[in-house]
Design a protein around this ligand. Structure first.
Ligand SMILES: N[C@@H](CCC(=O)N[C@@H](CS)C(=O)NCC(=O)O)C(=O)O
Length: 202
């Protein structure tokens, strides 16, 4: 199994789940900073030119959420369960892609990635719009997490890993995590999981 990654937030999810489930994958570093994700070799793996991507025998898989589900299925893990929890997990995954991480990613790009790759200053109007929306959906998650450790059925699932992917870099991305105490607790708790805290090969 080959897992293509870079040390950014979407590969974080896939690498963390591979590590958590103890897969002995070949980790292949794709240097996005040097444009390696646009090489013909990598585009043959993922035509979108994005990491993470996974090759397992004849299977070529891209999209971090699908990779997490694929790995969980392969390991027979409850991270992506086969019972009534699955639809509930799906709901939070879709919500995350459409709302929470969608707006968070814009803040991450404006406040962190621009600086990292020398792409100029953040655009104030873009930041304002993204921050307003991120706060709106962070409040929904914060309320949901009251009295819970994990998002669905109080068992760890790929929904937790999907939703949490920007939180380790909340400070540099200027996501106001401390305004949402339940969300802060959720993040701190996940960071106790070694595979989540250090997802990438050393
Ligand atoms: N929805 C995709 C997003 C993947 C993504 O945007 N990856 C970034 C790194 S975190 C990337 O490869 N960016 C390079 C580019 O878009 O050119 C997923 O979850 O896998």
């Amino acid at each position: 199994m080959k897992l293509y990654y870079y040390d950014t937030q979407n590969p974080w999810r896939a690498c963390a789940v591979a590590k958590y489930l103890d897969f002995k994958a070949d980790y292949i570093h794709v240097d996005v900073g040097k444009g390696e994700h646009r090489s013909p070799e990598f585009l043959a793996v993922n035509p979108n030119g994005k990491v993470p991507a996974l090759v397992d025998g004849d299977v070529k898989m891209w999209e971090s959420v699908a990779i997490m589900a694929y790995l969980s299925d392969k390991a027979g893990s409850d991270l992506w369960p086969k019972d009534e929890r699955q639809i509930e997990i799906m709901r939070w995954l879709v919500w995350d892609a459409a709302q929470f991480t969608r707006w968070g990613s814009i803040l991450h790009f404006e406040n962190r990635i621009r600086k990292r790759f020398d792409l100029g200053d953040p655009d104030p109007a873009t930041v304002e719009e993204a921050l307003g929306n991120w706060k709106r959906f962070a409040a929904v998650l914060d309320a949901h997490l009251k009295g819970r450790t994990y998002i669905v059925a109080d068992t760890l699932s790929i929904a937790d890993f999907a939703v949490a992917c920007l939180l380790p870099l909340a400070e540099v991305s200027k996501l106001p995590l401390d305004d949402y105490p339940e969300l802060r607790r959720f993040h701190d708790n996940l960071m106790e999981i070694p595979a989540w805290r250090r997802p990438f090969p050393e």
